[in-house]
Design a protein around this ligand. Structure first.
Ligand SMILES: Cc1ncc(COP(=O)(O)O)c(C=O)c1O
Length: 385
């Protein structure tokens, strides 16, 4: 909960903006580094979750690598000084110029998602006079028990190559002279709270690694992706996600010998350290009796509720009123789905009050748009206040 003093400082700022608690970010990074070092696991930060420069600077201090989903994300990581050999690059539809850039940067691995893409990486590597390290992103067909909008590893998904397709093309893959298959990659989905799902993932990985090895592929590392969920309902109860439990599960169930094991966390690193601060513009009541609070943020700053039906805990941080009422909190965008939440219990709310929309550090700012020609939201950092 924000202190009175911080709230009074925030009141003077122009809204809406993202507020980042950099102390919480540091404590989260300390936790993931401490817990991963117990097992020698390597951790990448999924830059798509939040590409803010100040945040990336802090993450770099803790020695994490980067997981990218576009050529521009690779470029950003390289330009900010992340070691190219700590960068992996996945993406179901990489463009030729993006692949060429990654090939020239000599990153740890391009995580390849189709047989045609393998051929293209091979051809581009040849043109560049290089040999490129590649990991096969395999679709393991696992139900991650999360919101279906953010699952990525079920058989019919667009992500990854089906294991069967790899088996059908073994000779073809082995004939490519300008790439080395050095890793196996999977990512089964995001916001996974039922950690036993990762046990199924490990069981599948064990079989795939054994089979690929027996087919002659020298797999040096296994990258099991990200996906660890955060507590959106009660963020104060769990500000730092449970990295220890996930690593313990993987340690117990993954049998990949001395191979390196990599993770790519986005949401669990930055989700809880960010919140969207917005001001109440108007209150009104619909003909049906619904009390609306119209705030100056919208789906253009935080699209998750409109896009996925995601829940974010909302609080009125400036009202001193002890009475609470139920409201529907809506944004300014010209879309009916621009609703942050319905039936929210808030301290009685009036024009000018500040609301916080919590747990918005991941997939918030990075998914912002300029729809309705809204401005991209600004950022305020606790260590710069
Ligand atoms: C390939 C890949 N790795 C890692 C991540 C990060 O996932 P999360 O934010 O759930 O940790 C994603 C997210 O979509 C992804 O697609």
């Amino acid at each position: 909960m924000l202190s009175r003093q911080i709230v009074s400082e925030l009141t003077r700022l122009e809204t809406p903006f993202y507020l980042y608690d950099t102390d919480l970010l540091r404590r989260t990074l300390e936790s993931v580094v401490y817990e991963s070092e117990k097992y020698g696991y390597k951790v990448h930060y999924a830059i798509k979750a939040n590409y803010d420069d100040h945040i990336l600077g802090i993450i770099r201090e803790y020695g994490l690598g980067i997981d990218c989903a576009s050529g521009n994300e690779v470029r950003k990581a390289v330009e900010l000084g992340f070691d190219p050999k700590s960068i992996v690059y996945a993406g179901v539809g990489k463009r030729d110029n993006e692949i060429e850039y990654a090939v020239k940067q000599n990153i740890l691995a391009i995580n390849c998602e189709s047989i045609e893409e393998l051929h293209l990486i091979d051809a581009i590597s040849k043109k560049c006079g290089r040999k490129t390290d590649v990991a096969l992103r395999i679709n393991p067909d696992i139900d991650p028990k999360t919101n279906h909008c953010i699952d990525t590893g079920q058989a019919d998904s667009k992500f990854g190559i089906s294991y069967e397709e790899v088996l059908q093309h073994v000779d073809d893959i082995r004939s490519l002279e300008n790439i080395d298959i050095i890793g196996l990659h999977l990512h089964i989905g995001s916001q996974i709270r039922e950690l036993h799902v990762f046990e199924n993932m490990c069981d599948k990985v064990n079989v795939i690694v054994e089979n690929l090895t027996s087919l002659g592929f020298a797999i040096d590392f296994v990258d099991v992706g990200g996906g660890l969920g955060i507590n959106y309902d009660l963020p104060e109860n769990e500000p730092i996600p449970n990295f220890a439990s996930l690593f313990a599960i993987v340690r117990q169930h993954l049998n990949v010998g001395s191979r390196d094991v990599h993770f790519e966390f986005g949401r669990s690193i930055v989700g809880q350290c960010g919140e969207l601060i917005t001001r109440v513009l108007f209150n009104k009541t619909t003909a049906t009796g619904r009390k609306l609070v119209i705030v100056d943020a919208s789906m253009t700053e935080l699209i998750r509720p409109a896009l996925y039906g995601s829940y974010h805990n909302i609080e009125n941080i400036s009202s001193q009123d002890s009475a609470t009422e139920k409201y529907t909190v809506v944004g300014t965008a010209c879309e009916s789905t621009d609703v942050f939440d319905e039936n929210v219990g808030l301290r009685r709310t009036k024009r000018g009050d500040l609301l916080t929309i919590k747990s918005a550090g991941a997939y918030g700012m990075s998914m912002a748009s300029r729809y309705n020609l809204h401005d991209i939201p600004s950022a305020v950092y606790s260590d710069k206040l």
